[in-house]
Design a protein around this ligand. Structure first.
Ligand code: TRP
Length: 391
């Protein structure tokens, strides 16, 4: 037992011990502490003892370790609005509630065609943008995948509990294979195993992702279970934590917002560029002329208002659009104003970071060091369970 023993203890509210009582191991820990306490103070006043236990119970409960979140993003260079709304905005929120690892996954990126000379810049740009959006290195661990060797090491181990049939059913593998028929490499096939290694290495419990990644997270769960059954329990089964906006449609109004399709607004776009890109954005296809009425629910620009505009602005657009009181240009101007308001602070932070790239590199190095510590611990457990050679 730590700390001084209270002499007089005020009874604490009855509700305080409700949640902890449901936790079996916590109860055991508390009763152990409790018996030590009685031995030390030699007191058996039941009411007083109950109060003390309640207080301790509450303390333990509120101090219980934070759950771990892991997420990864490919170093595609600059972030765009789709990444921000679908992922990074959520990361920024999660870091207050969870212990977060955020990883720039360059080993995943090499499964697709790329220019090696550009890779470093892409990683750095991505890190800069993530920080500009508000990921805080004081709260979260931000690092680069290839900086921590254990990712590929654990991937190899997990390969031995990955089923060929399971991997061949992955939709993303099928899609990517179609898109790069000239290069259907084994890395592309094994991609979900490396992704599972990313998460499991840090014993990630929650994985914030978009809908398109759920299949991979389910796969990671199967691998965790497969590992634990074959070699003994090491890993928790991770859970996908779907973002509230799992899919952001691009400016073409058709496909998911994606850099490779070119239907995005880059987060670093200037005001002028934002307006220009919005001008091209597809609206309700039925509204061909200014005097036609539109249907906001069929308009992708309206759905973007949903993220950036006040209730009042949205009502104004809805009313104007459905009565042809306003044109698509007016609607886009309003969206542009609101979007620019959100983007301005991000752009300003980005400017500061761009002027000082060493700060970003330092943050990544610190992230690497922290990540390596956790990763080494896990790999130690893994090697023992596997019965691998140890000095
Ligand atoms: N496959 C993810 C994507 O393309 C990126 C990723 C790699 C990831 N490893 C991860 C996401 C681990 C979550 C957890 O979006």
């Amino acid at each position: 037992m730590t700390g001084p023993c209270p002499r007089t203890v005020q009874p604490v509210a009855a509700t305080t011990n409700k949640a902890p009582s449901a936790n079996f191991s916590l109860d055991i820990a508390i009763s152990l502490e409790f018996s030590t306490f009685i031995t030390q103070v030699g007191r058996t006043n039941t009411q007083e003892i109950h109060s003390i236990v309640d207080a301790r119970c509450l303390r333990k409960y509120t101090q219980s370790p934070m759950k771990t979140v892991f997420s990864g993003i490919q170093p595609s260079g600059e972030l765009h609005l789709g990444n921000y709304l679908g992922a990074i905005r959520n990361w920024v929120e999660l870091q207050n509630e969870f212990f977060c690892f955020f990883c720039i996954v360059d080993y995943h990126a090499i499964t697709q065609d790329y220019t090696p000379k550009e890779m470093r810049g892409r990683v750095l740009d991505m890190a800069t943008d993530i920080l500009a959006c508000g990921v805080d290195p004081e709260k979260s661990v931000l690092f680069v995948q290839s900086d921590v060797r254990e990712h590929t090491e654990l991937c190899w181990v997990l390969n031995s509990v990955s089923q060929f049939g399971d991997l061949s059913r992955m939709t993303q593998f099928k899609d990517k294979s179609q898109r790069q028929e000239h290069n259907i490499n084994v890395g592309l096939f094994d991609y979900p195993v490396l992704q599972s290694a990313d998460i499991l290495l840090y014993k990630g419990q929650f994985v914030p992702v978009g809908q398109d990644q759920v299949q991979h997270i389910e796969f990671a769960r199967r691998l965790a279970r497969g590992f634990n059954t074959r070699w003994g329990k090491v890993f928790p089964e991770p859970e996908a934590k779907l973002t509230s906006t799992p899919k952001i449609i691009g400016l073409d109004g058709k496909a998911k917002m994606s850099k490779s399709i070119g239907n995005t607004i880059p987060l670093g776009a200037t005001d002028k560029q934002v307006r220009k890109l919005l001008a091209k954005a597809v609206t309700d296809p039925q509204r061909e002329k200014r005097e036609d009425v539109g249907d906001p629910d069929k308009c992708n620009v309206y759905s973007l208002h949903g993220f950036f505009s006040s209730e009042e602005d949205k009502a104004w657009v809805r009313e104007g659009c459905t009565t042809a009181g306003i044109g698509c240009v007016d609607c886009k101007t309003k969206l542009g104003d609101n979007l620019i308001e959100t983007l301005t602070p991000i752009r300003n932070r980005k400017k500061e970071l761009l002027a000082d790239p060493d700060t970003v590199i330092d943050i990544l190095n610190q992230g690497r060091d922290k990540a390596r510590q956790s990763a080494a611990k896990t790999m130690d457990q893994v090697r023992k369970k596997l019965g691998l050679w140890q000095r």
